[in-house]
Design a protein around this ligand. Structure first.
Ligand SMILES: Nc1ncnc2c1ncn2[C@@H]1O[C@H](COP(=O)(O)OP(=O)(O)OP(=O)(O)O)[C@@H](O)[C@H]1O
Ligand SMILES: [Mg+2]
Length: 377
């Protein structure tokens, strides 16, 4: 009997991913099966966040070698790994050509946890072995200096590019680093804001990054528009809280992204519920907002984050909870969101979805083509 690719795939279907607890066949992780006489080679696609775990690779590799090696006629087995983080395709004038993915964290609503999500996701991605930068695009209300406990002043080594600051291995830039008095208000008009943002993209020495996370100010204003015109981002994460008063505004950020052709990578529902000391769950802000926004956006709900005092406390102390208490349940909820995000980016890249390929989409239907916002429940 000659060995076929189908035989190899059938054997590998018995191998379970130790992290995701599913068959590697169901997860679509096996590719490039090559049979040359008795030699079998194949590649595990590990382009999600969990790619870094040595133990996972060890187990996957050993199990795969065992089942394939047991097939009749197999004399040797070669396992390869594809763990490249997929990259967007930057335009010729892109200000960040060495940055593989640019991710905007946004919301039409203030105070829903954009900065908290952006910092914790950046750290979760970093801790999984990625090269990560975090840009505070909130010029009027920068939060990154406080949330990451950074007060230094950036310097320029060559008189041209500004060196980002670094904390927990994440490269950082914020207008807060450049102000003499961090409590002073920035009184700038739109064009100056746009100029500062462009400088943060173009004149900061970000270097090679797998992910640059942008923490956007609330609303659907200048910043997102400027960004959509200046670069092809990988996409946006939309943050909401569950109640209609928040979701009403958040629909607008989804609609804005759709108009300027920023793909929505997913939705994060923050402050979803509260577990009291007796273990009882309270839906303080109601239910269902995240799911409703995700449905409207046609994107996955990446996760729900409960209200947890430690999130606020660690944020105020300058060490986000993912770094301070990485194995706590609350940190895990951020880590899982980062995993789903990385997987979603890999899936979109694998499916040939090109972020921001066309220019902004302009609705010239005179209003008839406008999408109706779903009514809040
Ligand atoms: N899940 C949570 N549990 C407890 N506190 C939280 C949670 N998420 C955020 N917070 C706290 O709520 C406050 C607002 O969060 P954050 O600054 O991240 O919101 P934001 O959307 O970035 O706000 P802004 O619109 O002002 O930029 C912060 O003090 C933060 O620590
Ligand atoms: Mg913020």
């Amino acid at each position: 009997m000659t060995l076929s690719v189908a035989d190899v795939n059938a054997a590998l279907a018995q191998v379970q991913d130790p992290d995701l607890k599913k068959s590697v066949a169901d997860l679509g992780m096996v590719k490039d099966v090559v049979i040359t006489g008795g030699h079998v080679g194949f590649t595990f696609d590990l382009r999600g966040i969990s790619r870094g775990g040595a133990q996972r690779r060890h187990k996957l590799g050993a199990d795969a070698r065992a089942v394939v090696g047991a097939l009749e006629g197999v004399t040797s087995v070669e396992v390869k790994w594809d763990d490249e983080v997929p990259a967007r395709t930057p335009a010729a004038d892109d200000p960040l050509p060495t940055v593989k993915n640019v991710i905007l964290v946004m919301s039409g609503k203030g105070g829903v946890g954009k900065s908290t999500t952006a910092t914790n996701l950046a750290l979760a991605l970093k801790r999984a072995g990625n090269r990560v930068g975090l840009l505070d695009a909130d010029i009027y209300g920068p939060s990154i200096p406080t949330m990451l406990g950074v007060t230094g002043k950036p310097v320029s080594l060559d008189g041209k590019l500004i060196e980002p600051l670094e904390r927990f291995g994440v490269r950082l830039m914020s207008i807060g680093f450049l102000l003499e008095d961090p409590r002073a208000a920035v009184i700038w008009r739109g064009p100056m804001l746009t100029g500062a943002l462009q400088q943060f993209l173009k004149d900061v020495n970000w270097g090679e990054l797998d992910y640059l996370i942008l923490d956007l100010p609330p609303g659907t204003g200048d910043v997102a528009l400027t960004l959509s015109q200046r670069l092809k981002s990988t996409g946006a994460i939309v943050v909401t809280t569950p109640q209609p008063v928040a979701t009403d505004d958040v629909y607008k950020s989804v609609s804005m992204c759709q108009k300027v052709n920023i793909p929505i990578l997913g939705v994060v529902e923050n402050m979803s519920y509260f577990i009291d000391s007796a273990g009882v769950r309270h839906d303080l802000f109601g239910k269902g907002g995240g799911k409703a926004i995700a449905d409207f956006a046609g994107a996955p709900l990446l996760g729900q984050i409960p209200i947890d005092q430690s999130v606020r406390e660690w944020g105020d102390k300058g060490t986000p909870v993912v770094q301070a208490a990485p194995f706590s349940p609350i940190a895990k909820s951020f880590v899982e969101i980062a995993e789903r995000l990385a997987d979603r980016i890999a899936e979109m890249a694998g499916g040939g979805e090109e972020p921001g390929d066309a220019g902004p989409v302009i609705d010239r239907s005179g209003g008839t083509g406008r999408k109706r916002l779903p009514l809040a429940k």
